[in-house]
Each structure stands twice: as structure tokens, then as C-alpha cells.
Design a protein around this ligand. Structure first.
Ligand code: NAG
Ligand code: NAG
Ligand code: NAG
Ligand code: NAG
Length: 498
């Protein structure tokens, strides 16, 4: 009796704790790559999920789950990265195939790093909770990408594979290509059918779906496919839930797109049919490399957020994927605060004072569209005081953060452009809103706030030669200099001069 009870308990426990890759394995289509910075994807996995590197001394730390099969230990990252910046250097493969993702090398397109590599993602750009426990996703800004050109066990040629990814359905753009999945081993476009990856966004050069997007499509190289032999598959619905499950799978002369809300409900099949009839797609010539955030040729203009994803060997059944979706929903992804440090109240007027020793009487100010620092005090003219005063508004591109509207030029906001801070009139575009959205954090030097760019979370407001930039810690531009970085990005925010 006791052993029966123990068996029942064990069976119940292991069912309750099965991870997505345990489910794929029971379906006969095991994971050959499993990537997540938020949680273990096997119930028994207790190794490293990802590695972060901090700006202060270049030291690295591997982050594992809180317990085997559990949510990532975000607290370990927070303490390691306190009072400095951190980037994600590696997203480890949990499948045992060593298919780790690291900084993508130059390919057909060059990355923005001096060596042509893509940028690494901020370790803090995509905070979430899973079942109430904090974790961080991978926030891909344009220019950011991860890759493994020597992956093993992934599908090659016309071999079958499945993939899913959990993404932020509100973070996308129309550039090529926010992808996760199978790509060329040369980082170059080697022709039709040499890729089979999940795409998410609003790129309309090739396929489209119904509505305005974003859509889940398949990047099969030289084409984002929403269906077959038509540009628009109206069955491929716009899907913009905050958390999206995206599925693409393929086998000889058959492939499918599925998707759903990763926080509730089930998957819908948006397409299931034959391969495109253009030459090169049947049979496929998959090469088996793995990409995240970029296209097969390293096209790196896209943006999006990745939380978890896998690639399988074999074509998973819909039933297996439905169980994986139930597992994802049970993981309980939810949003959490994007800000920290002293609160900025929407509607209040503020002035932002530099804290670097050189410049403690200087405030962020503007003359026309130029944004710089000026020495300002209460005895200056009204004009000068207004130039150094800003109205805090709800973030134009993300309501969890803020935008700064000029006091003397209503309708104009601080925004970044080529990483320089400017004052421009809001043109109402998605890009303007995102360029003008900032998420204040506790000041990196312990004073005031550091003002994080929402769309480029490795970057913060920084004064440099009295000009204002959004700067990363030790990046390629002179204004990214690591010298005095913490001081130059920390501002004491007081009630506005005007
Ligand atoms: C991880 O799992 C292995 C194998 O089950 C076990 O030997 C090891 O002690 C575990 N490590 C941790 C840190 O839990
Ligand atoms: C979520 O957390 C609750 C309470 O901490 C726990 O009882 C439950 O098992 C967790 N659910 C999952 C799916 O981990
Ligand atoms: C592919 O299918 C489309 C739609 O049925 C058709 O118009 C086109 O001619 C076909 N192309 C080839 C190469 O067969
Ligand atoms: C503000 O007043 C101080 C003291 O008179 C002066 O040095 C400074 O240049 C003024 N600021 C601006 C922006 O004109």
C-alpha cells in the first residue's frame, strides 16, 4: 500500500513538474536545443541557464534555476550586477547537445561591434515573473543577435523538426528579421530552403497575414512565409498578446505555423500544408545552425523579446505541442515593474542634475532640438529655467515607463536618434514613441536615477562633453567610454525649475 501511494505521488509529482522538453520527449520528438533565461525546460535540469557579464570588471556569472526544473535565480544576477551594467553573453543549451547561443559573428551583414559581431542583450531589459518569481528575458534591440554555427543534432536537409518560442507580442518591428531557429552555418544567404526558423514581426516584403500584424511566419530563406504560394494568408492572424507562443514545424513537403497566448488558452493552427512551390523549398536544405534575433545572413535590423524556445528532432504532433502550451501557461508568465529607484510621477515637472564631480551644477537642457547640459539655478531667467524643465508623461512607446515632454515646447519630447538625445516633435509614429520611452532605474552610482532607454536597454542617458547621448558601458562609440560611466549616467531628479 505504501509503495503504491509512493508511486502515485511520484507519478503525480513528475507529471506536475514535467518541462516542455520532457513533453516533447514523451511525444517521440526530443529537444535537440533548449534555450531559456527564465526557467529550466526539463524537470530535472539544474545546470546553467545563461551567463551574464558585468561592466564594472568584466567578470561573468552563470545563472541556474532556483531548484532543478525551476525558475531562473534572478536574485543572483541582481546581486552580481548591482551598481553596474550586465549583458547576456551565453544562453546555454539545456538539451545536452551543447548547442549554446553566443554573440553572433559577422555574416552577409556586419554587426555593430568593431569586429562586426552583433551586440549582446542587456541582462535586465526584459524583466518578468513566472508564477510570481522574477526572471529576465532576452530583449533584442536592432543590432543584437545570438548564434551557434556548429550546432549538433539539429535538422539538416529535409529532415523534420519542430520549434516553439515564447516571445513578447508587443515588442516587434518591420525590419528583418527577429528569428529563432534553424539557419545557415556560414551566416550567409546560401539560397532558398536553407533556413527554417520562427519569425515574429511586421516585415511585409514577403508574406503577410490578416490585420496589421505582428505575425508569426516561417523564415525559409529569401522569404518569410505566412502560408503557401500566396503573399497573404489571411489565416495567419495578427497576434500581439503580451506573451505569445509561436510554433513553426516542418517535415518533407509539409510545414505548419501555430500560435497562441502564452499566458492562457490554447494554440491555433494558422497554416498547415505543403512546401512553397518556388524552387529550393521542396526538398529543404536546412543547414542546422541556430539563430536568435537575426536573419540567416545576420540581417540585424529587427527587435523582439525571447523568453524560452526549443528545437526538436522529428515533427511534433499537434497534441504534443498542445501539452507544451499547457505547460507554458502553467508557468504563469506575467509582467513586472520596468523601473526602480526614486519614482517619477506622471504629470510632474522635473529637472535632471548631473552627478559627475565636474558637473554637479549642470542640468539636462535644450536649445531648439539640441540637448545638452547647462549650469542652471533658480536665479536664471525663465527661458533658461524652462529649457531645463520637463513634464513627465506616460511612456509613449510603453506605458510602464515614461517620456519627457519639453516645458517650453509642448508636443516635443526627448528622444534618441543615432544614440544622441534630441528634442523633437512627436510625429505619432511607433518608432518615435519607442525612441522617446525611458525606464528610470536606481542611479548606478547610488545617486538619483539612471534613465534607461526602453528600446535599447543596454543604454542610458549620459552627459559626455556636456552633450546628451544614450550610452552603453564600454561600447564602440567615444560616448560609450567606461570611464566615469556610472557617474555620467546618474542624475538627481528634482522638482522642475519651471
Ligand atoms: C543536479 O542534478 C544532478 C543529477 O541529478 C545531481 O547530481 C546534482 O547534485 C544536482 N546539483 C544541484 C546543484 O542541485
Ligand atoms: C506556483 O507557486 C505556488 C506557490 O508558491 C506553488 O504551490 C505552485 O506549485 C507553483 N506552480 C508551478 C507550476 O510551479
Ligand atoms: C505556384 O503556385 C502559384 C499559386 O497556385 C502559381 O500561381 C504559380 O505559378 C506556381 N509557381 C510554380 C513555379 O509552379
Ligand atoms: C545661469 O546663471 C548663471 C549665473 O548667472 C550663469 O553662469 C549661467 O550661464 C546661466 N545659465 C544659462 C544656461 O544661461
Amino acid at each position: 500500500m505504501r509503495s503504491l501511494l509512493a508511486f502515485v505521488l511520484l507519478a503525480t509529482t513528475s507529471l506536475a513538474l514535467a518541462g516542455p522538453c520532457d513533453i516533447y520527449a514523451s511525444g517521440g520528438t526530443p529537444c535537440v536545443a533548449a534555450h531559456s533565461t527564465t526557467r529550466a525546460l526539463f524537470s530535472s535540469f539544474n545546470g546553467s541557464l545563461y551567463q551574464v557579464k558585468r561592466g564594472s570588471d568584466g567578470a561573468t556569472l552563470n545563472i541556474g534555476p532556483l531548484s532543478a526544473g525551476g525558475v531562473a535565480n534572478a536574485a543572483a544576477q541582481d546581486s552580481f550586477c548591482a551598481h553596474t551594467t550586465c549583458v547576456i553573453t551565453t544562453i546555454f543549451d539545456q538539451s545536452g547537445h551543447n548547442n549554446h547561443l553566443t554573440q553572433a559573428p559577422p555574416g552577409g551583414f556586419q554587426g555593430p561591434e568593431s569586429n562586426g559581431f552583433d551586440n549582446l542583450a542587456s541582462a535586465t531589459g526584459a524583466p518578468v515573473t513566472l508564477n510570481g518569481s522574477k526572471a529576465y528575458g532576452v530583449f533584442i534591440s536592432p543590432g543584437t543577435g545570438y548564434r551557434n554555427n556548429a550546432a549538433t543534432g539539429t535538422a539538416k536537409g529535409d529532415a523534420a523538426q519542430g520549434m516553439y518560442a515564447v516571445l513578447d507580442g508587443t515588442h516587434f518591428n518591420g525590419a528583418c528579421c527577429f528569428d529563432y531557429g534553424n539557419a545557415e552555418t556560414s551566416s550567409r544567404d546560401t539560397g532558398n530552403g536553407h533556413m527554417e526558423a520562427i519569425y515574429f514581426g511586421t516585415e511585409t516584403t514577403w508574406g503577410t497575414g490578416s490585420g496589421n500584424g505582428p505575425w508569426i511566419m516561417a523564415d525559409l530563406e529569401n522569404g518569410l512565409f505566412s502560408g503557401v504560394n500566396v503573399k497573404q494568408n489571411t489565416g495567419d492572424q495578427t497576434i500581439n498578446d503580451r506573451f505569445v507562443t509561436a510554433v513553426v514545424k516542418g517535415q518533407p513537403n509539409n510545414w505548419a505555423i501555430r500560435g497562441g497566448n502564452a499566458a492562457s488558452g490554447s494554440l491555433t493552427t494558422f497554416f498547415n500544408g505543403p512546401r512553397p512551390n518556388a524552387s529550393g523549398y521542396n526538398p529543404m536544405s536546412k543547414e542546422g545552425a541556430i539563430i536568435l534575433g537575426i536573419g540567416g545572413d545576420n540581417s540585424n535590423g529587427a527587435q523582439g523579446t525571447f523568453y524560452e524556445g526549443v528545437m526538436t528532432s522529428g515533427f511534433p504532433s499537434d497534441a504534443t505541442e498542445n501539452s507544451v502550451q499547457a505547460n507554458i501557461v502553467a508557468a504563469k508568465y506575467a509582467t513586472t515593474s520596468l523601473t526602480s529607484g526614486p519614482a517619477l510621477n506622471v504629470g510632474s515637472h522635473v529637472s535632471l542634475r548631473a552627478t559627475t564631480a565636474c558637473c554637479t551644477t549642470r542640468f539636462i537642457s535644450h536649445q531648439g532640438s539640441t540637448v545638452n547640459t547647462q549650469v542652471v539655478s533658480s536665479s536664471n531667467t525663465t527661458t533658461v529655467k524652462q529649457q531645463a524643465s520637463w513634464v513627465v508623461r506616460t511612456g509613449l512607446g510603453n506605458s510602464a515607463c515614461v517620456s519627457f515632454e519639453s516645458v517650453d515646447t509642448p508636443g516635443s519630447f526627448l528622444r534618441h536618434f543615432n544614440f544622441q538625445l534630441m528634442l523633437n516633435a512627436n510625429d505619432g509614429s511607433k518608432l518615435f514613441g519607442e525612441d522617446a520611452t525611458f525606464c528610470p532605474q536606481a542611479g548606478l552610482n547610488g545617486q538619483g536615477n539612471s534613465i534607461n532607454s526602453w528600446s535599447f536597454p543596454t543604454r542610458f542617458f549620459r552627459h559626455f562633453n556636456n552633450q546628451l547621448f544614450i550610452a552603453s558601458n564600454g561600447g564602440v562609440h567615444d560616448f560609450d567610454s567606461a570611464t566615469l560611466f556610472n557617474d555620467d549616467v546618474s542624475f538627481v531628479i528634482s522638482s522642475g525649475f519651471a
